[in-house]
Design a protein around this ligand. Structure first.
Ligand SMILES: CC(C)(COP(=O)([O-])OP(=O)([O-])OC[C@H]1O[C@@H](n2cnc3c(N)ncnc32)[C@H](O)[C@@H]1OP(=O)([O-])[O-])[C@@H](O)C(=O)NCCC(=O)NCCSC(=O)C[C@@](C)(O)CC(=O)[O-]
Length: 297
């Protein structure tokens, strides 16, 4: 059976966009449960400005409580050298820099143009790689932007090529506001895979219009074998009213197992975890799978 890698981003991308800020102990129990369910890459936090994203302000405490030698990767987001200093002090082994294919989104998200952001990342990456830290690169707004609308595939390819050229081992392509549809996914992947090998690409789909599973299926057919997702479909997007979170990990695992792929994830334990975090956030899980299965104690 072919393997598909899942990068669980619920504790970071999910929780950064939830209305309720969860307690440190709840975050840690969430991460522990995700690891017990078989997830081997769990994005654990972000060393960004706490004024911009208060939900990630406890990232150093999260990292301090995790066993970083347990065979699980716990990447964190880093936007600049200051963030890298904090990540190095926390002992992280992997970071992710995050850029965008849209100028307007780049300004709103990290207060920098695309060119300025790439300059910042170059400095971060040189230091990180010299310290033996793996670096992943995100490109946001690959299928549309809340400010600029449609984004041309060549713009995504330009940013992806720059990040890959700096030494990112993988480029995660983010449909940040979940507006993509399968034909757009194909056109975007056609352009990006001309400059970055498809084996080095990951799909990161939000599910605002219910298209994420269809888009993942399309990306699988194009050869992508790594996908980001959030347990319980946690999250939203502060820049797009009504936007929902990442595609739910349970729904992705259900799709992948149904197609005969191996993920290493125990779907029942994952669904229990979805209910655990949904209850902590006083809401239902955002996944079809967890809702259809129901809460089991
Ligand atoms: C990048 C900055 C910091 C620029 O923000 P800025 O205001 O331009 O930064 P600055 O360098 O002028 O510094 C201003 C203040 O921030 C502090 N500061 C500066 N850097 C840091 C840092 N690393 N950690 C902690 N503090 C920091 C700095 O020390 C100073 O503090 P003050 O003197 O005012 O007290 C800011 O815009 C920021 O933190 N943005 C992060 C936004 C963010 O996290 N967005 C969500 C993640 S991206 C995403 O979710 C998309 C993704 C990845 O999932 C894929 C997809 O779906 O598309």
């Amino acid at each position: 059976m072919t393997n598909v890698k899942i990068v669980e981003v619920g504790p970071r991308d999910g929780l950064q966009n939830e209305k309720h800020t969860v307690a440190l102990a709840t975050k840690l129990e969430l991460i522990e449960r995700l690891a017990a369910a078989g997830l081997r890459t769990i994005e654990a936090g972000a060393f960004v400005s706490p004024k911009w994203v208060p939900q990630m302000a406890d990232s150093a405490q999260v990292l301090a409580a995790l066993d970083l030698n347990a065979g699980i990767d716990y990447p964190v987001l880093v936007p600049n050298d200051k963030g890298l200093d904090a990540a190095l002090a926390a002992g992280v082994r992997e970071i992710a820099v995050f850029g965008a294919a849209s100028e307007a989104f780049s300004q709103k998200n990290i207060n920098a143009s695309i060119a300025e952001s790439l300059q910042r990342f170059e400095s971060v990456m040189k230091r990180a790689l010299a310290a033996g830290i793996k670096v992943r690169g995100y490109v946001s707004c690959v299928l549309g932007c809340p400010y600029e609308g449609d984004i041309a595939p060549y713009k995504v390819a330009e940013v992806a090529r720059a990040l890959y050229g700096m030494g990112c081992y993988e480029i995660s392509l983010g449909d940040t506001i979940g507006v993509g549809t399968p034909n757009k996914v194909t056109a975007m992947l056609d352009a990006v895979s001309e400059v970055v090998p498809v084996a080095r690409l990951a799909g990161h789909f939000h599910d605002t219009y219910g298209m994420a599973i269809a888009n993942i299926h399309t990306a699988l057919q194009a050869g992508v074998r790594t996908f980001d997702s959030s347990v319980a479909g946690l999250g939203g997007c502060p820049y797009a009213k009504g936007a929902s979170g990442n595609v739910a990990t349970e729904d992705v695992v259900y799709l992948l197992h149904g197609l005969g792929y191996h993920t290493g994830v125990d779907l029942e334990q994952l669904a229990d975890t979805a209910w655990f975090i949904a209850e902590a956030l006083v809401r239902e899980p955002g996944s079809k799978y967890a809702k259809a299965r129901g809460l089991r104690s």
